[in-house]
Design a protein around this ligand. Sequence first.
Ligand code: URA
Length: 233
Amino acid sequence: MDKFLSSQLGAARSEVKKYIRAGRVRLGETVSPSPETRLDPAADAVYFDGERIRYQAFVYLMLNKPGGVVSATRDRQKTVLDLVPPELYREGLFPAGRLDKDTTGLMILTDDGAFAHRILSPSRHIEKAYEVTVTREVTPAERDALLSGVRLGDELLKAAALTRLDRTEPVYEIVLTQGRYHQIRRMFGSQKNPVSALRRTRMGGLVLDAALGPGECRSLTPEEVRAVEERAV
Ligand code: URA
């Protein structure tokens, strides 16, 4: 019981024991069950503050990454994990894919290594869409270069799609299926059209929730987790 609640609530087992003593935990009709009770997590009905805790093997969170935060798990600077509220935090959580310190927007945090590997694997061609603000309008020649691939050293950096968005500033949606270091900044840099702002808006079929403010995060629904792997080219 205490192990189950600790993993599902993201709380230490000593904390969980306090919750049980305080009468906040119920197993079926039994209030304050023994922390040692053996559970069948899939079948037993466990409640915390009156709410049913359903067993989830893995955690999947959507974060609206603000600028100025690094996508590492541990760093001297502030990391994306520092933004996760305690009730959503779980040991082993890491960002599935990195964004530069100054890039904002959609980020998935999970403790499911196989899922992260699948969605980041270049061979799966899962789309990642970004809103990119550049210095000036993209010329037809530049557009062709970005879509057919820019050669930088031994890498060929390619965009899967590039669409002008309806803004007064030169803002485009760029879709990638690769995920190379500073890819978008380097691609536009090679065209002498530096990026001034970059925000990820979609991963596969999962779109950044417009209700999520910068620095906020929430759990993904099972449908949303599936949607990530749905859209590929
Ligand atoms: N491309 C970049 O240059 N930076 C990111 O953070 C993501 C894609």
